[in-house]
Design a protein around this ligand. Sequence first.
Ligand SMILES: [Zn+2]
Length: 360
Amino acid sequence: MSTHPFSETYAEARSKFLSAAESAGAAVQAHLHPERGPDGGVLATDCAWIGPADARSVLVMVSGTHGIEGYCGSGAQIDWLQRGEAAQLGPDRAALLIHALNPYGFAWARRVTHENVDLNRNFVDFARPLPVNRDYDTLAAAVKPADWNEASQTAARLALGAFAQAHGFRAMAQAVSGGQYAHADGLFYGGAAPTWSRITLETLFRERLSRAEEIGIIDYHTGLGPEGYAEPIIAAAPGTPEFDRAIRWHGRAARSHVGGESVSAEIAGDWLAAAPQLAPQARVTGIALEYGTVDANRVLEALMADNWLHAHGDPQGPLARQIKAQIRAAFYVDSDLWRGMVLGQSLCAVRQALGGLGRP
Ligand SMILES: [Zn+2]
């Protein structure tokens, strides 16, 4: 018997995922997170493996890289398990479903990790000089005010608006969301060291994927682009074999975040770009599936509010309820139409990846 694949809380998502994985005959393993959820509950990145342990080709589906965005990806993973799609894997193939890569952010309704780090800016070499983002520096004070009130929100809007007017909206989005390594309590912070979630993912690649010759990845995201539409985003630059292969698998609608054609800013330190180094023996073809939710300004305001709440406010105080509802609405559209679009496009992307695995 199947239940609704989407959930209202992290704990519900975790329990549904584990039972769907068990029903699908998966081998399940939990990686426990050091922190607890707002309800005091356990946090974990859970993995489900279906198929032979030494499969030559592996499909990897990941939810919750960006915490709160996990409501979408978790629903897609659970739906895939419940539909019995694993029966289509075929011989010498396996599926690895990684549920809640950033379980802290999922449970606390944050996009970032407990280290206040954007996991997709964290996969950089910290022994080398870190990327510099001077444009963020000029906006840093405006996007992270000490108080969160009418006046500070208006000031933030004006500062971002002025930057967008002078340089274009895209340049403003690049400045704020491209990633920065200088403001530890700011937005889109890449960190000063590998986060728990990065270390966990590296461990998973080492333990589970070091024998695979071919790996296809779908990493679920929300918050950018038109409502309900999923853009397949490729980490590799146009003109590379990795980019061409991802286009062959997922079609011309796929976009690289390099070059300005994607809904995403150009970023450094995303895990998909690092994946080929995590599995150097394999041919890796990955996409982020980025589902649109609400207007970009609303998403940014929700992120600023949440960042303030955790930097200066009380994450369980009186303002928290409103801000947590605001950030959830920015990354998950609570409608059957949107959920249906999530599942339909996910199913399509997974079948495309399975069609591509093992082909030139
Ligand atoms: Zn994301």
